[in-house]
Design a protein around this ligand. Structure first.
Ligand SMILES: [Zn+2]
Ligand SMILES: [Zn+2]
Length: 90
């Protein structure tokens, strides 16, 4: 089972928990690009591939050329990460 640590109380929560079960802190992150909630530990939006980093670089616009490529790589990485979990929960 994949767990994440709450940044506030350091307790373990399920990786896709939206709120910390101990202190109630919101663990999910809203994508700045499309607005959907993503699991706390994700670096990129699962919906649109937008970076979920708290402090986006000012030069984000310049990266647009390689955006599609980045998205594919991120999707593959996410798939790999989840394959494991899916098999275990079946
Ligand atoms: Zn907490
Ligand atoms: Zn998004």
């Amino acid at each position: 089972m994949i767990t994440i640590k709450c940044p506030q109380c350091q307790s373990d929560n399920l990786y896709d928990a939206e709120f910390c079960r101990h202190c109630g802190l919101r663990l999910a992150k809203d994508c700045p690009g499309c607005g959907i909630a993503n699991p706390h530990q994700f670096s990129y939006c699962t919906q649109c591939g937008h970076s979920l980093a708290p402090a986006p670089e000012p030069s984000v616009e310049e990266k647009k050329g390689t955006d599609n490529e980045t998205k594919e790589v991120v999707k593959e990485a996410i798939k790999e990460e989840f394959k494991f979990d899916f098999y275990e929960s079946l």
